[in-house]
Design a protein. Structure first.
Length: 323
């Protein structure tokens, strides 16, 4: 059902709830579409790239769409929820690209949704990079001060504040989810673990050993299965909480090296791991330590992470090998 979206019909009693997923072609967006479809929703994935199989999709450059165009689209579809999984990702080189995709889009989205009479719920996906550095051993809570150390974290924080401000004023029914490091099947090669998986898959295809060069392997960060993250978004769309930040993470800091070694083990591919010298202080823009306190998510959303590290790594490898 990929391609142009079919024209929406009139709202009818008993119609399945409908959700719009902005950025539905991305790694996280695809899993969010799947979670909502499995939950009985009619899903429309909106993005520049081809949407996931099994749901309606609309190819559209959201960064270039004015607020009036967004309003017409949302008004025509009459969704119960809009999920903002769009935006420039970590590592985007140009600050203006980050501002346009992470901030300006959210400004227009809030402007588009505020006047709508049927008040769809807005779930905005933020990031724990909005908090910046915390001391080793500490846990990130929703009351942790936000001091981002990268342009990515700064622009994502601006976007979150736009949604929280509009929700606090009653202009939108909005909730911000700040996600930890999401990983799982289908990760793009530009990501660190996705790149490792791609190199292992190529070595497996050519029946040759793999050499994997990385840095910052001693960092400990909170990694969350992408499918668990998608379920958190589904539950957030159904929850009563509004004008809040909710952190979504596994609740455990994991050393990056252990994930890479676990992925190599899951693949069974002979591999040599080379650890390069880390970047200098202030150059990386990401924390050395990150552990999320997920208790508010459990209380407000009734959400708990379900998948363990080894299961996720095995599924990542199987997905890459099938592709």
């Amino acid at each position: 059902m990929n391609g142009q979206a079919t024209p929406p019909g009139p709202v009818r009693a008993g119609r399945r709830p409908r959700v719009l997923v902005l950025g539905g072609s991305g790694h996280l967006g695809r899993h969010i579409c799947g979670a909502f479809a499995a939950g009985g929703y009619e899903v429309l994935a909106i993005s520049r790239g081809p949407g996931p199989a099994g749901v309606r999709s609309l190819r559209l450059d959201l960064a270039a769409l004015p607020a009036a165009g967004l309003r017409r689209l949302i008004d025509a579809e009459r969704p119960t929820a809009v999920i903002n999984a769009a935006g420039a990702v970590w590592g985007s080189p140009a600050r203006q690209q980050l501002v346009d995709s992470n901030v300006r889009l959210v400004e227009r989205l809030v402007q588009a949704m505020a006047p709508l009479p049927f008040a769809p719920r807005l779930i905005h996906l933020g990031t724990t990079h909005e908090y910046g550095d915390i001391p080793a051993g500490a846990r990130l809570t929703e009351t942790t001060d936000c001091r981002p150390v990268s342009p990515y974290g700064e622009t994502k924080l601006q976007a979150s504040r736009l949604v929280l401000g509009a929700a606090g004023e009653g202009r939108v029914d909005g909730l911000v989810l700040r996600l930890g490091n999401v990983f799982g099947p289908g990760m793009p090669p530009r990501s660190m673990l996705g790149g490792v998986t791609a190199r292992l898959a190529e070595a497996d295809r050519t029946r040759s050993p793999a050499t994997i060069e990385l840095f910052t392997l001693s960092d400990r960060r909170d990694f969350l299965d992408v499918r668990d993250a998608a379920v958190a978004v589904l539950l957030a769309a159904q929850a009563d909480a509004t004008a809040r930040v909710v952190n979504i993470g596994s609740g455990r800091a994991v050393q990056v090296r252990s994930l890479v070694l676990g992925l190599i083990e899951a693949s069974g591919v002979p591999a040599r791991l080379v650890e390069r010298r880390p970047a200098g202080p202030g150059e990386r823009g990401r924390p050395d330590w990150q552990e999320i306190d997920p208790r508010l998510a459990a209380r407000l959303l009734r959400w708990h992470p379900r998948r363990g590290r080894d299961e996720t790594l095995r599924d990542m490898w199987e997905s890459a090998r099938r592709r």
